[in-house]
Write a protein that binds this ligand. Structure first.
Ligand code: GAL
Length: 681
């Protein structure tokens, strides 16, 4: 089954990006050149209006939208669609000066002055009202434009506001969350500790930097509240554009930023039609290889895709050249633009979009990469790379709408991340929850198995292998779901730091992991050792089928009391030498494995092969630096091989159509370093 994210088949992969003609309205020759060059670069989409409010409404109540309509007409006549942003990401000066209450209050309680962008209060009714006015004008002016492909709501939601309105809304949120019962909150937040007892919800403040930051439940609820408040705000914008557009079927999105700490994107995701995100990997840095950077990017694609399963997502922004905001803004090396674009499509994106089309002459992003540089011509390396990418994407039009599926999944949960990072104990530096999830995901990728990234709220049906790294917090009846999953034949891998707290950060009594997981794994965690960076231990296997040499242990090592599980590995060193470090319990038709220590994954191949084999998931060990992705169409399968290494890689027995070359492949093929091949089967 194909799923077309724009509500219709376009017959193309979208190739486009942020376009800011409002900066060039007085330069008609430049606007003309833009269209000419866009066509040459195979651009079929332009994202307009992300920061155009002051051009639309230079003075309160005075609207100028004709230029937008003209630009959209012109783009459309030249075969270029528009994704139209609502302009609420940055406010005009008049708005802040007349209504200072719309500006954010920081975590010390100080209100911002006008400046920068993205710093408005999400709770402000007045801001919502002013945004609704301009959104309505846009919807009425161009909401039924034939070139309008999608609404892009605001830009990169993030941050938080600590004003009095937000404080009161937070208190209301808590009232509802704890059934208007302050005793329930006191119990769940364990406020008898340090005399923190509340007698009324109105006493509760957000976690001001110079205020109450020592209640784990409070800190967690603040993050949950902020995510919901952003969602509520965004919904006001969505409702407005829908209500006032003649065409009510134009889909909506908002652009995410990968594993972004501030917001649980899954809450926002429920309210939008399509997931889109902005990706700016630090290519060619001095800490990791290009392959590692690419793999991190692939994991982020999987995280984004997982929020709306079995439908494509969008790569809304990426840099065609270098960015301007990293510590070191290195140039993207030749060929990387195309391979990165292909990776996005390989991972399920139906778009490859850039920030930005044309470099601005001045202001904050004047040195940010763009398709058209200050040189102003098409005769540049970056332009030619983008045009070549456009050409390649045209050959992949048939991939549009195809979807991805997996029998393996990694659980990544925002609440868990927040709670774990906020918890005392362990180490301040080595929890690395998101990186740990990424490492397990990457390990399966080495076998050509691309796991979904799911949440505890998702259904586990259809999966054969679930890895739940560091699932510190148990919520959403996940413990029950995992039990049923195993009993019905699934293979589960749980790790150190699982099931310590409930959804309010209260520790389980009677031993970890709580909520019935002790029984599922057949063990209790008695203690956890936090290792210094140079400390090492090792796991010695008791059977030969998980590794010949044992695994290297770093960072964390739990001490288990095993009641009812097979011990597959034990610690080799320290006072807990000989104690269990890897166990397995058969339950119903499945198996629950428990890995009690963080282990260096390089030595764990045999174990992962065993897991995949038991889960009956087909796998092939791929050479280092080869990424493999698969999308499913109606009657075709699209296979993407990306060689991200510096060496040529031989691919055996490839059959199908090479979509980029347009030729049949029926043999072994050599894939040169940094090149990619897409096969239709
Ligand atoms: C994004 C943002 C764009 C632009 C870009 C620069 O985060 O949405 O407006 O600033 O970064 O890399």
């Amino acid at each position: 089954m194909k799923k077309y994210i724009f509500g219709k088949k376009l017959g193309a992969i979208v190739h486009g990006g942020d376009y800011n003609p409002e900066q060039w309205l007085e330069y008609p020759d430049i606007l003309k050149k833009d269209i000419e060059y866009m066509k040459q670069a195979g651009i079929n989409e332009a994202t307009l209006g992300v920061f155009s409010w002051a051009m639309y409404e230079p003075r309160e109540g005075e609207f100028h939208l004709d230029w937008l309509k003209q630009i959209m007409d012109n783009l459309y006549e030249n075969g270029i669609y528009t994704i139209l942003a609502t302009p609420s990401g940055a406010r005009p000066v008049w708005l802040d000066q007349k209504y200072p209450e719309v500006m954010r209050v920081d975590s010390k309680g100080i209100r911002n002055r006008h400046g920068f962008r993205h710093n408005h209060c999400m709770s402000s009714e007045l801001y919502r009202e002013k945004v609704s006015i301009i959104d309505r004008k846009l919807a009425e002016a161009v909401g039924d434009h034939p070139g309008l492909l999608m609404w892009h709501i605001s830009n990169e939601f993030g941050g938080e506001c600590y004003c009095d309105t937000c404080k009161v809304k937070f208190q209301d949120y808590l009232r509802a969350r704890f059934h208007n019962n302050i005793d329930e909150l006191n119990h769940e937040w364990w406020t008898a500790f340090w005399s923190k007892r509340y007698i009324d919800f109105s006493q509760i403040e957000p976690p001001y930097e110079n205020g109450e930051t020592a209640i784990m439940g409070l800190n967690l609820e603040w993050r949950r509240f902020t995510s919901r408040n952003f969602t509520e705000y965004m919904t006001v914008e969505i409702d407005t554009v829908r209500k006032y557009s003649k065409n009510k079927t134009v889909p909506v999105t908002t652009n995410f930023m990968k594993r972004f700490w501030d917001i649980d994107y899954r809450v926002l995701a429920d309210k939008i039609d399509v997931i889109s995100w902005d990706s700016y990997p630090a290519f060619h840095n001095d800490k990791e290889s290009y392959s590692d950077t690419m793999m991190e990017s692939a994991f982020d694609h999987a995280l984004m895709r997982g929020m709306k399963k079995e439908q494509p997502f969008m790569l809304m922004e990426s840099a065609p050249g270098q960015v301007n905001w990293m510590e070191y803004n290195k140039l993207k090396r030749p060929g990387v633009n195309e391979q990165f674009a292909l990776q996005a499509v390989a991972c399920g994106s139906d778009t490859v979009q850039y920030f930005q089309w044309r470099k601005s002459r001045g202001a904050a992003e004047q040195y940010h990469g763009a398709v058209i540089d200050h040189l102003g011509t098409n005769d540049t390396r970056v332009f030619k790379e983008v045009a070549a990418t456009g050409d390649t994407l045209k050959r992949l039009a048939c991939v549009e709408g195809s979807v991805m599926r997996s029998k393996a999944a990694i659980i990544f949960e925002w609440d868990n991340w927040w709670a774990l990072e906020n918890a005392g104990g362990l180490s301040r530096y080595t929890k690395k929850y998101d990186k740990t999830c990424q490492d397990y995901w990457t390990k399966l990728m080495e076998y050509g198995v691309e796991p979904d990234v799911i949440s505890t709220g998702d259904s586990l049906d259809g999966y054969r292998l679930i890895i739940a790294p560091m699932l510190y917090m148990l919520k959403d009846d996940i413990a029950d779901k995992l039990k049923r999953f195993v009993e019905n034949g699934g293979i589960l891998l749980g790790t150190y730091v699982t099931g310590y707290v409930n959804e309010n950060c209260l520790c389980y009594q009677g031993g970890f992991p709580g909520d019935g997981l002790k029984e599922l794994f057949g063990l209790t965690v008695e203690e956890i050792d936090t290792l210094y960076p140079s400390d090492r231990n090792a796991v010695q296997m008791t059977g030969s089928d998980v590794s010949k040499d044992g695994w290297e242990v770093c960072d964390y090592a739990e001490l288990l009391r095993v009641s009812d599980a097979e011990i597959l590995g034990t610690y080799k060193e320290d006072f807990y030498k000989g104690m269990a470090a890897l166990t397995c319990k058969v339950s119903g038709r499945g198996k629950a494995y428990y890995q009690a220590a963080r282990c260096v994954m390089d030595g764990m191949d045999m174990f992962f092969e065993k897991l995949l084999g038991e889960a009956e998931i087909e796998f092939h060990k791929h050479p280092k630096g080869l990424e493999y992705h698969r999308r499913y169409g109606e009657n075709s399968v699209y296979e993407f091989y990306l060689n991200t290494s510096d060496e040529d890689i031989s691919l055996q027995n490839l059959t199908g159509i090479d979509l980029i070359k347009g030729t049949a492949v029926r043999s072994d093929t050599v894939l040169p370093a940094r090149k990619s091949i897409v096969i239709e089967k």
